[in-house]
Every structure is written in C-alpha cells, then in structure tokens.
Design a protein around this ligand. Sequence first.
Ligand SMILES: *[C@@H]1O[C@H](CO)[C@@H](O)[C@H](O)[C@H]1NC(C)=O
Ligand SMILES: *[C@@H]1O[C@H](CO)[C@@H](O)[C@H](O)[C@H]1NC(C)=O
Ligand SMILES: *[C@@H]1O[C@H](CO)[C@@H](O)[C@H](O)[C@H]1NC(C)=O
Ligand SMILES: *[C@@H]1O[C@H](CO)[C@@H](O)[C@H](O)[C@H]1NC(C)=O
Length: 404
Amino acid sequence: MAASFAPFLLFFLYSTSARSSPSLAPGDLQALLDIRQSLFDLPGSTFFSTWNFFLDPCASFTGVTCSSDDSNFNFLRVSVLTLGTGLTDSPGLGGTLPHSISNLTALTLLSISSNRFLGPIPTSLSNLPFLHTLDLSQNQLQGPIHSSLLSSNPSLKVLLLAYNGGLFGSIPSELTSASNLLHLDLRGNSFTGSLPPLPATLRFLSASLNSLSGLLVDLSYNAFSGAFPLSILALPLLSSIFLSHNNFSGDVSLPFSSEPMPRWAVVDVSYNMLTGELPAGLAASATLYLNGNRFTGAVPEEYIASVHNGSMNTLYAQDNYLTVFSRPVAAGMAVPAMASLCLSHNCMVPPAEATSGCPSSVQAQLPRPAYQCRATAGEIIFENGSRVGFLYRVGTTLVHEAEK
Ligand SMILES: *[C@@H]1O[C@H](CO)[C@@H](O)[C@H](O)[C@H]1NC(C)=O
Ligand SMILES: *[C@@H]1O[C@H](CO)[C@@H](O)[C@H](O)[C@H]1NC(C)=O
Ligand SMILES: *[C@@H]1O[C@H](CO)[C@@H](O)[C@H](O)[C@H]1NC(C)=O
Ligand SMILES: *[C@@H]1O[C@H](CO)[C@@H](O)[C@H](O)[C@H]1NC(C)=O
C-alpha cells in the first residue's frame, strides 16, 4: 500500500512545475492519479510502467491521449483513455473502476476491454458529452446497465459490454432513444427480459448468450419462439442480424420484397424451425446462414445470382428440405473461388459446387434419406433444445428415427 502514496507526491511535483506549453487540466490529473491508485497490473502486465507522475501524462502515459481544451487554452484534457492492452491473451489489469473516471469529461473514447476489473459499471459513467465509444467488454463487471449510461451520454455511438458474464437486469428502455447509437454488443452476459424497441440508427446488434425472452426479439442462443420477427429485417440500417439457435417457426415471407432491400453483412437464422420457401429478399446478404431449419422448395435464383456476381460470399442452407438448385442460365459460369456454399443434407443431390464450402462436420453432397423427404410434414424432435430425432408416418405407423 505504501507504494501507492508515492504518486500523490509526484503529482504535486508535476502540477506545480513551471511550464509554458498547455498542461493537463488539474481535475484530469487528479482523476488519473485516482485511477492509478484504484487499479493495478496483474502479474506479467507492465501497463502502468509508463505512468510516472513526474512526467507529463499527455506526453508519456500509455493509453492516454490529450486534446486542447476549447474552453481554456492553458489546459489539455484527456480525450482518449485506454486501460490495458485490449488483448485477450495478455494478463491485463485488476481492481475496481473509480467513479473519478467520469471526471474526465472531455473523453471521446474509453476502453477498458480485456482486463479483470470487478464491480459494477460506475453509476457516474454519464454526462460525458463527447463520449462516442465505450468499450467495457471482456471484464468481470457485474450489475445492471443504469439508464443514465444510455440517456446522458448523448454522443454515444459504440457501446460494447460483451463477455462480462455478470451484467444482468433488463436492457433500459432508454436504448430506444439513444439516437446516435450504431453498434451495441451485449453478448455473453446475464441480461433478462425483452429488448426495448431499437433506435433506428443501429447497424450492429448482438445480444446472444444472454437470457433474453419476450415478444420483441432478436438474438441467437436465446429461447425466442413464435413467428419470425420480420420487423427486424425492416430496420433500414441494421447491418447484421443474428437469430440462430432459437425456436422461431413459420414462414419467412418478406412483405416488402418490391422495395430496395437493405444490404446486410450477415443474416443468421440457422437452427430454428422455419418452414416454407426461402425468402428471395435475403439475397441481399453477403453472408447468409439458413441451415438447420425446415425450408422447402427451390434455392431462389436471386441467391444463386448473388453468389455468381460476388455480392454473396457465403450461403449455408444445409439441413433443410430443399429440392432444387438450378445453375444460372449462362451455364458454365463458375462459382467465384472465394464463395462458400453448402447445400448438403437436403432433399436433392446438389452439384459439387453447392457443397464445396461445407464445414468439415458436414458430409459433402449427402442428401437426406428418402423417407425424410417424403415426410416433410413430419415432426423434428427436440430435447433440451437440441434436435435429437425425426418423427414421420409410414401408412398408419409412426416411426421415430434418431438424428445421426
Ligand atoms: C471528481 O469530481 C468531483 C466533483 O467535482 C470531486 O468532488 C472529486 O474530488 C473529483 N475526484 C477526483 C479524484 O478528482
Ligand atoms: C448481384 O445480383 C443480385 C441479384 O440477386 C442483385 O440484386 C445485385 O445488385 C447484384 N450485384 C452486383 C454487384 O451485380
Ligand atoms: C436432457 O436433460 C436431462 C436432465 O436435465 C438429462 O438427463 C438428459 O440426458 C438430457 N438429454 C439430452 C439429449 O441432452
Ligand atoms: C418450440 O416451439 C414449439 C411451438 O412452436 C413448441 O411446441 C416447442 O416446445 C418449442 N421448443 C422449445 C425447445 O422451446
């Protein structure tokens, strides 16, 4: 503990020394000192070795970037603070984030990712008018998201809270009016309840590996059931949609197919119980995962065209009940080398090009057994959320076949 008092003395040395160029504002210096005293390098980490309070923090501290203070040209303010290396394989920092972090009111970016910080998200992490990026991911933070985090950081564009495990509670309804938010990553926590309506600005959202449920819906590895949430596809700026490993059922008939579709980076609806024909409108996805559903009919020509013109680079539709894959009219056109297609385990023998991208766990080109294709009205049997078998009818006899 004795060592932690040394910076206090050094602080007075730095702050009272005469200097002609602008120096760090005293409030920011005090906050850095408090941060330094609250946190520590874990064994193997040397992050704080440059934090020598004899020297100018703006010129010498790792992780600190300063900008001029528009309201007082005698001072600099901390505008970027990155604590730790941000690398998941480095030992990182430990401790509990002090409230004084929010005294750094000129911050535009605060990143503490990939450390071992404990405790709650500081309740005072609000009223940071310029903060556009807040990355608290990959720590051991616990507790709720306070509504003020979303309501009183008006510039917030990127909010990363992924993989803390212990963040819990519902997502505050203030999310809806976070009108600059582009990117929200809530993965790998313990959030519950339903998602409030999303701000229209959102381009990336992931909330998989939580315990979310409810009517309004997104996200992979949850327990959503019922009809496919078409409203998500209508969000004009969402760039990726992850709905895999839920229990969505029914058709995916896009009501707005004549309008220009948004262009999605990734649409993942794999491992649900979706039925009916594949929606042509999803041809506007660079990566499209449809595998592990109960889709029937033909692979839409629009998908095949998108693969051939290079706008779709991954199409996974294995483990469905599809019956037709037709090459484009201009026969002989090769599938681009970088495209990955997988249409195995459907009710057809797909051409080799349509199985070339299959993951190694999938047996290339192997179609479903014929009985399954005769009985597409049969039931897939789920146990503990996993597919374990298939129930179909031969005449009057009900047959139960275990999934291979
Ligand atoms: C942070 O600001 C508050 C309010 O202005 C002040 O009371 C507190 O001492 C400051 N903390 C540090 C560590 O400078
Ligand atoms: C590729 O084909 C799709 C048809 O599915 C079309 O919408 C898209 O505009 C085409 N892109 C390019 C770059 O030609
Ligand atoms: C389902 O869970 C039960 C207990 O929770 C377990 O005994 C059983 O083996 C599980 N079945 C499968 C297929 O995982
Ligand atoms: C999935 O939804 C169906 C109804 O659509 C329901 O019968 C079934 O129990 C659900 N399965 C799981 C694992 O939630």
